[in-house]
Ligand binder design. Structure first.
Ligand SMILES: [Zn+2]
Length: 162
């Protein structure tokens, strides 16, 4: 997943690696980092599958194309990287020292988009769960969280639904 950009606590001069890449390269890097099927996302999908849930991925017609969607339940799950989505209070949500203004703006845009997308889904009658990257390390705890959010696997006797 590309790793994080320069995180040094020292004042970083313009010759740092991060500053040598061009905007186009940076865009490509960002696109790759933000791409689908990240490891935390795959963990969530694997656990949901093991629990017996059926689901849709990246439904384009929904606000924010949720990572996992359950159309009949009207429930959506976003799996957020702690760094990119600024997980409050999380050690992974570090702030790059180099080009601080660029990153501050980037993080702010991400935060605004997350808030807007979740509000749009709620307006449409959906429930939303955000699973943070750091929460995907404890599988038993995460499974319990997913079950509590989604409810029973079978919504009617013998009927599986997504
Ligand atoms: Zn976190």
């Amino acid at each position: 997943m590309g790793g994080n950009p320069i995180l040094s606590q020292e004042a970083t001069e313009p010759a740092s690696g991060a500053d040598r890449i061009t905007p186009a390269q940076r865009s490509r890097n960002m696109a790759r980092i933000r791409s689908k099927d990240t490891v935390p996302e795959l963990i969530v999908r694997r656990l949901l599958h093991a629990l017996g849930y059926r689901f849709r991925l990246h439904v384009a017609s929904l606000p924010g194309k949720p990572d996992v969607a359950f159309p009949k339940r009207k429930k959506a799950i976003f799996v957020h990287g702690c760094f990119w989505h600024s997980h409050p209070g999380c050690v992974r949500a570090t702030r790059p020292v180099s080009r601080a203004a660029f990153w501050a703006e980037k993080f702010e845009r991400n935060r605004e988009r997350d808030t807007r997308v979740q509000a749009q889904l709620l307006d449409q009658g959906w429930n939303v769960l955000v699973v943070w990257e750091c929460e995907t390390k404890e599988h038993d705890k995460l499974k319990a969280q997913l079950k509590a959010f989604l409810g029973p696997v079978r919504v009617a006797p013998g009927v599986l639904t997504c």
